[in-house]
Design a protein around this ligand. Structure first.
Ligand SMILES: C[S@@+](CC[C@H](N)C(=O)[O-])C[C@H]1O[C@@H](n2cnc3c(N)ncnc32)[C@H](O)[C@@H]1O
Length: 314
Protein backbone atom coordinates (compact mmCIF):
# COMPACT_ATOMS: atom_id res chain seq x y z
CA UNK A 1 0.00 0.00 0.00
CA UNK A 2 1.17 3.52 -0.68
CA UNK A 3 1.13 6.03 2.16
CA UNK A 4 1.07 9.77 2.17
CA UNK A 5 2.91 11.68 4.87
CA UNK A 6 1.02 14.77 6.03
CA UNK A 7 3.22 17.30 7.78
CA UNK A 8 1.79 20.20 9.81
CA UNK A 9 3.91 23.03 11.22
CA UNK A 10 2.11 24.27 14.32
CA UNK A 11 2.61 25.28 17.99
CA UNK A 12 3.04 23.49 21.35
CA UNK A 13 -0.44 24.55 22.32
CA UNK A 14 -2.01 22.96 19.25
CA UNK A 15 -0.18 19.60 19.47
CA UNK A 16 -2.94 17.74 21.26
CA UNK A 17 -5.97 19.03 19.34
CA UNK A 18 -4.17 18.65 15.99
CA UNK A 19 -3.11 15.09 16.95
CA UNK A 20 -6.75 14.35 17.72
CA UNK A 21 -7.83 15.73 14.36
CA UNK A 22 -5.26 13.52 12.61
CA UNK A 23 -6.39 10.43 14.52
CA UNK A 24 -10.02 11.16 13.77
CA UNK A 25 -9.10 11.45 10.09
CA UNK A 26 -7.75 7.88 10.25
CA UNK A 27 -4.02 8.65 10.49
CA UNK A 28 -1.73 6.24 12.24
CA UNK A 29 1.58 6.81 14.02
CA UNK A 30 1.50 10.55 14.68
CA UNK A 31 5.06 11.86 15.12
CA UNK A 32 5.74 14.99 17.16
CA UNK A 33 8.93 16.80 16.09
CA UNK A 34 9.52 19.11 19.04
CA UNK A 35 12.91 20.90 19.06
CA UNK A 36 12.55 21.05 22.88
CA UNK A 37 13.26 17.29 22.91
CA UNK A 38 16.83 18.02 21.76
CA UNK A 39 17.69 20.33 24.64
CA UNK A 40 15.45 19.10 27.44
CA UNK A 41 17.41 18.05 30.51
CA UNK A 42 16.63 14.35 30.29
CA UNK A 43 18.42 12.40 32.96
CA UNK A 44 21.30 10.73 31.19
CA UNK A 45 23.09 9.64 34.35
CA UNK A 46 22.80 6.10 33.15
CA UNK A 47 24.34 6.63 29.76
CA UNK A 48 22.95 7.47 26.40
CA UNK A 49 19.27 6.87 26.88
CA UNK A 50 18.25 9.59 24.47
CA UNK A 51 19.83 9.94 21.04
CA UNK A 52 18.14 12.27 18.60
CA UNK A 53 19.35 14.05 15.50
CA UNK A 54 18.81 17.86 15.20
CA UNK A 55 18.28 17.36 11.44
CA UNK A 56 14.92 15.77 12.21
CA UNK A 57 13.52 18.82 14.04
CA UNK A 58 12.23 22.31 13.12
CA UNK A 59 14.04 25.41 14.45
CA UNK A 60 10.91 26.67 16.16
CA UNK A 61 7.32 25.51 16.60
CA UNK A 62 6.33 21.88 16.34
CA UNK A 63 5.96 19.67 13.29
CA UNK A 64 3.37 16.92 13.48
CA UNK A 65 3.62 14.14 10.94
CA UNK A 66 1.12 11.42 10.30
CA UNK A 67 0.51 8.81 7.67
CA UNK A 68 -2.63 8.46 5.57
CA UNK A 69 -3.33 5.66 3.09
CA UNK A 70 -3.29 6.87 -0.52
CA UNK A 71 -6.81 6.22 -1.84
CA UNK A 72 -9.47 8.11 -3.72
CA UNK A 73 -10.59 9.94 -0.54
CA UNK A 74 -7.16 11.37 0.24
CA UNK A 75 -7.98 14.84 -1.15
CA UNK A 76 -11.19 15.12 0.90
CA UNK A 77 -9.46 13.82 4.04
CA UNK A 78 -6.73 16.45 3.75
CA UNK A 79 -9.32 19.21 3.19
CA UNK A 80 -11.24 18.04 6.29
CA UNK A 81 -8.02 18.09 8.34
CA UNK A 82 -7.21 21.63 7.18
CA UNK A 83 -10.74 22.83 7.97
CA UNK A 84 -10.72 21.24 11.43
CA UNK A 85 -7.36 22.88 12.21
CA UNK A 86 -8.67 26.27 11.06
CA UNK A 87 -11.66 25.79 13.41
CA UNK A 88 -9.24 25.62 16.36
CA UNK A 89 -8.55 29.33 15.87
CA UNK A 90 -12.18 30.07 16.79
CA UNK A 91 -11.53 28.23 20.08
CA UNK A 92 -8.66 30.62 20.85
CA UNK A 93 -5.97 28.02 20.13
CA UNK A 94 -2.82 29.42 18.49
CA UNK A 95 -2.02 27.23 15.46
CA UNK A 96 1.15 29.15 14.49
CA UNK A 97 2.45 28.77 10.91
CA UNK A 98 -0.21 26.20 10.12
CA UNK A 99 1.70 25.02 7.03
CA UNK A 100 0.30 21.73 5.78
CA UNK A 101 2.23 19.66 3.23
CA UNK A 102 1.89 16.18 1.75
CA UNK A 103 4.48 13.75 0.41
CA UNK A 104 4.36 10.12 -0.63
CA UNK A 105 6.25 7.39 1.24
CA UNK A 106 6.50 3.70 0.48
CA UNK A 107 5.37 0.94 2.83
CA UNK A 108 8.89 0.15 4.04
CA UNK A 109 9.73 3.78 4.88
CA UNK A 110 6.39 4.19 6.60
CA UNK A 111 6.90 1.20 8.87
CA UNK A 112 10.11 2.62 10.31
CA UNK A 113 9.89 6.37 9.61
CA UNK A 114 8.26 7.35 12.89
CA UNK A 115 10.13 4.95 15.14
CA UNK A 116 13.41 6.89 15.04
CA UNK A 117 11.88 9.56 17.29
CA UNK A 118 11.19 7.21 20.18
CA UNK A 119 13.97 6.15 22.52
CA UNK A 120 13.94 4.99 26.14
CA UNK A 121 13.69 8.02 28.44
CA UNK A 122 14.02 8.31 32.20
CA UNK A 123 11.16 10.72 32.96
CA UNK A 124 11.24 10.80 36.76
CA UNK A 125 13.30 9.48 39.66
CA UNK A 126 11.82 6.03 39.34
CA UNK A 127 10.16 5.73 35.93
CA UNK A 128 11.74 5.04 32.55
CA UNK A 129 9.55 4.83 29.46
CA UNK A 130 10.73 2.64 26.66
CA UNK A 131 9.11 1.91 23.29
CA UNK A 132 8.24 -1.76 22.85
CA UNK A 133 10.78 -2.32 20.07
CA UNK A 134 13.84 -1.07 22.04
CA UNK A 135 15.93 -3.34 24.25
CA UNK A 136 16.38 -1.72 27.65
CA UNK A 137 18.12 -3.12 30.74
CA UNK A 138 17.08 -1.87 34.17
CA UNK A 139 19.94 -0.03 35.86
CA UNK A 140 18.65 -0.39 39.44
CA UNK A 141 16.12 -2.48 41.30
CA UNK A 142 14.10 0.62 42.14
CA UNK A 143 13.66 1.63 38.52
CA UNK A 144 10.16 1.08 37.12
CA UNK A 145 9.86 0.46 33.39
CA UNK A 146 6.82 1.36 31.31
CA UNK A 147 6.75 -0.21 27.87
CA UNK A 148 4.67 1.75 25.38
CA UNK A 149 3.51 1.29 21.85
CA UNK A 150 2.53 4.88 21.06
CA UNK A 151 1.32 3.92 17.57
CA UNK A 152 -2.19 5.24 17.70
CA UNK A 153 -3.14 7.30 20.75
CA UNK A 154 -1.59 10.53 22.05
CA UNK A 155 1.82 10.14 23.33
CA UNK A 156 5.12 8.47 23.59
CA UNK A 157 4.89 9.31 27.27
CA UNK A 158 7.58 11.95 26.86
CA UNK A 159 5.51 15.05 26.11
CA UNK A 160 6.22 17.65 28.85
CA UNK A 161 2.61 17.46 30.11
CA UNK A 162 2.84 13.69 30.54
CA UNK A 163 6.24 13.93 32.21
CA UNK A 164 4.93 16.54 34.66
CA UNK A 165 2.00 14.26 35.54
CA UNK A 166 4.30 11.28 36.10
CA UNK A 167 6.56 13.35 38.34
CA UNK A 168 3.53 14.53 40.36
CA UNK A 169 2.12 10.99 40.56
CA UNK A 170 5.45 9.79 41.93
CA UNK A 171 5.30 12.46 44.64
CA UNK A 172 1.62 12.34 45.62
CA UNK A 173 0.43 8.77 45.14
CA UNK A 174 0.07 6.72 48.32
CA UNK A 175 0.24 2.97 48.38
CA UNK A 176 -3.31 1.57 48.17
CA UNK A 177 -4.84 4.69 46.53
CA UNK A 178 -7.86 4.51 44.24
CA UNK A 179 -7.02 6.54 41.12
CA UNK A 180 -8.96 7.98 38.17
CA UNK A 181 -7.10 8.87 34.95
CA UNK A 182 -9.21 11.24 32.84
CA UNK A 183 -8.12 11.35 29.17
CA UNK A 184 -5.87 8.31 29.41
CA UNK A 185 -4.61 8.36 25.77
CA UNK A 186 -1.99 5.62 25.52
CA UNK A 187 -2.74 4.62 29.16
CA UNK A 188 0.70 5.78 30.31
CA UNK A 189 -0.42 7.61 33.46
CA UNK A 190 -2.62 4.70 34.59
CA UNK A 191 0.28 2.29 34.14
CA UNK A 192 2.54 4.67 36.08
CA UNK A 193 -0.05 4.91 38.89
CA UNK A 194 -0.29 1.11 39.07
CA UNK A 195 3.50 0.73 39.17
CA UNK A 196 3.73 3.39 41.90
CA UNK A 197 1.41 1.44 44.19
CA UNK A 198 -2.21 2.38 43.39
CA UNK A 199 -4.66 -0.31 44.42
CA UNK A 200 -7.05 0.35 41.53
CA UNK A 201 -7.06 2.70 38.57
CA UNK A 202 -9.96 3.58 36.29
CA UNK A 203 -8.66 4.93 32.95
CA UNK A 204 -11.12 6.84 30.76
CA UNK A 205 -11.04 8.47 27.36
CA UNK A 206 -13.62 9.87 24.98
CA UNK A 207 -11.79 8.44 21.99
CA UNK A 208 -12.26 4.74 21.25
CA UNK A 209 -8.82 4.52 19.57
CA UNK A 210 -7.29 5.66 22.88
CA UNK A 211 -9.34 3.06 24.78
CA UNK A 212 -8.05 0.30 22.47
CA UNK A 213 -4.45 1.52 22.68
CA UNK A 214 -4.60 1.87 26.47
CA UNK A 215 -5.93 -1.70 26.67
CA UNK A 216 -2.95 -3.00 24.70
CA UNK A 217 -0.43 -1.01 26.72
CA UNK A 218 -1.96 -1.99 30.08
CA UNK A 219 -1.67 -5.68 29.13
CA UNK A 220 1.84 -5.17 27.76
CA UNK A 221 2.82 -3.86 31.20
CA UNK A 222 0.89 -6.61 33.05
CA UNK A 223 -1.18 -3.99 34.86
CA UNK A 224 -4.61 -5.37 33.90
CA UNK A 225 -5.38 -6.56 37.46
CA UNK A 226 -5.12 -2.98 38.70
CA UNK A 227 -6.18 -0.84 35.71
CA UNK A 228 -9.61 -0.99 34.08
CA UNK A 229 -10.42 1.10 31.02
CA UNK A 230 -13.62 2.55 29.67
CA UNK A 231 -14.83 5.04 27.11
CA UNK A 232 -16.22 8.03 29.00
CA UNK A 233 -16.68 11.79 28.79
CA UNK A 234 -14.65 13.35 31.64
CA UNK A 235 -16.19 12.23 34.99
CA UNK A 236 -19.74 11.79 33.70
CA UNK A 237 -21.57 8.97 35.50
CA UNK A 238 -18.46 7.93 37.47
CA UNK A 239 -19.44 6.49 40.86
CA UNK A 240 -15.99 5.69 42.25
CA UNK A 241 -14.66 7.73 45.21
CA UNK A 242 -11.00 8.25 44.28
CA UNK A 243 -8.10 9.38 46.45
CA UNK A 244 -6.37 10.85 43.41
CA UNK A 245 -7.49 12.07 39.98
CA UNK A 246 -5.02 12.79 37.19
CA UNK A 247 -6.16 14.64 34.07
CA UNK A 248 -3.81 15.65 31.28
CA UNK A 249 -6.22 17.46 28.97
CA UNK A 250 -6.36 21.04 27.66
CA UNK A 251 -6.97 23.90 30.12
CA UNK A 252 -10.35 24.65 28.51
CA UNK A 253 -11.48 21.09 29.27
CA UNK A 254 -10.05 20.95 32.80
CA UNK A 255 -12.03 23.99 33.92
CA UNK A 256 -15.21 22.11 32.95
CA UNK A 257 -14.46 19.23 35.34
CA UNK A 258 -13.14 20.86 38.53
CA UNK A 259 -16.54 20.88 40.31
CA UNK A 260 -17.10 17.19 39.53
CA UNK A 261 -13.55 16.28 40.58
CA UNK A 262 -13.98 18.08 43.91
CA UNK A 263 -17.33 16.37 44.57
CA UNK A 264 -15.95 12.89 43.83
CA UNK A 265 -12.56 13.01 45.58
CA UNK A 266 -12.24 11.69 49.14
CA UNK A 267 -11.37 14.25 51.85
CA UNK A 268 -7.65 14.98 51.63
CA UNK A 269 -7.73 13.81 47.98
CA UNK A 270 -5.44 15.10 45.21
CA UNK A 271 -6.16 16.39 41.71
CA UNK A 272 -3.23 16.52 39.30
CA UNK A 273 -4.06 18.52 36.17
CA UNK A 274 -1.85 19.20 33.18
CA UNK A 275 -2.14 20.05 29.50
CA UNK A 276 -2.02 23.67 30.66
CA UNK A 277 -0.05 26.14 28.58
CA UNK A 278 1.59 28.86 30.76
CA UNK A 279 -0.76 31.61 29.55
CA UNK A 280 -3.74 29.70 30.98
CA UNK A 281 -2.29 29.27 34.51
CA UNK A 282 -4.59 31.80 36.22
CA UNK A 283 -7.71 30.56 34.44
CA UNK A 284 -7.20 27.01 35.75
CA UNK A 285 -6.09 28.12 39.23
CA UNK A 286 -9.20 30.29 39.59
CA UNK A 287 -11.49 27.45 38.48
CA UNK A 288 -9.84 25.07 40.98
CA UNK A 289 -10.18 27.55 43.84
CA UNK A 290 -13.80 28.34 42.93
CA UNK A 291 -14.57 24.59 43.20
CA UNK A 292 -13.09 24.50 46.75
CA UNK A 293 -9.57 23.16 46.07
CA UNK A 294 -6.41 24.56 47.61
CA UNK A 295 -3.41 24.76 45.27
CA UNK A 296 -0.60 22.55 46.58
CA UNK A 297 1.95 23.13 43.84
CA UNK A 298 2.50 24.29 40.27
CA UNK A 299 5.27 22.51 38.37
CA UNK A 300 6.62 23.61 35.00
CA UNK A 301 8.44 22.26 31.97
CA UNK A 302 9.05 24.49 28.96
CA UNK A 303 5.77 26.32 28.28
CA UNK A 304 3.67 23.74 30.10
CA UNK A 305 2.33 23.45 33.64
CA UNK A 306 0.86 20.85 35.93
CA UNK A 307 -1.17 22.09 38.87
CA UNK A 308 -1.61 19.90 41.94
CA UNK A 309 -4.71 20.76 43.98
CA UNK A 310 -6.00 19.27 47.24
CA UNK A 311 -9.39 18.73 48.83
CA UNK A 312 -9.18 19.73 52.52
CA UNK A 313 -9.04 16.87 55.03
CA UNK A 314 -12.36 16.22 56.79
C1 LIG B 1 -3.05 15.23 26.06
S1 LIG B 1 -3.77 13.65 25.89
C2 LIG B 1 -3.15 12.87 27.36
C3 LIG B 1 -2.87 11.40 27.20
C4 LIG B 1 -2.16 10.75 28.40
N1 LIG B 1 -2.96 10.84 29.60
C5 LIG B 1 -0.81 11.38 28.64
O1 LIG B 1 -0.62 12.03 29.65
O2 LIG B 1 0.08 11.23 27.79
C6 LIG B 1 -5.47 14.00 26.29
C7 LIG B 1 -6.42 12.84 26.12
O3 LIG B 1 -7.70 13.28 26.61
C8 LIG B 1 -8.71 12.74 25.81
N2 LIG B 1 -9.92 13.58 25.96
C9 LIG B 1 -10.15 14.81 25.41
N3 LIG B 1 -11.36 15.27 25.81
C10 LIG B 1 -11.89 14.31 26.64
C11 LIG B 1 -13.12 14.20 27.38
N4 LIG B 1 -14.05 15.15 27.31
N5 LIG B 1 -13.32 13.08 28.12
C12 LIG B 1 -12.37 12.11 28.18
N6 LIG B 1 -11.22 12.15 27.49
C13 LIG B 1 -10.96 13.24 26.74
C14 LIG B 1 -8.12 12.74 24.40
O4 LIG B 1 -8.78 11.79 23.59
C15 LIG B 1 -6.65 12.38 24.69
O5 LIG B 1 -6.44 10.98 24.61
Amino acid sequence: MKWSEISIHTTQEAVEPVSNILHEAGASGVVIEDPGDLTRAWDTTFGEVYQLSPDDYPEEGIILKAYLPVNSFLGETVDEIKEAINNLITHDIDVGHNNVSLSEVNEEEWATAWKKYYKPVKVSDRITITPTWEEYEKVSDKELIIELDPGMAFGTGTHPTTVLCIQALEKYIQKGDQVLDVGTGSGVLSIAAAKLGAQSVLAMDLDDVAVQTANINVKLNKAQDVVSIKQNNLLEGVEERPDLIVANILAEVIVRMTDDAYAKLNPGGTLITSGIISAKREMVKEALKASGFTIAEVIEMEDWLAIVAKVPKA
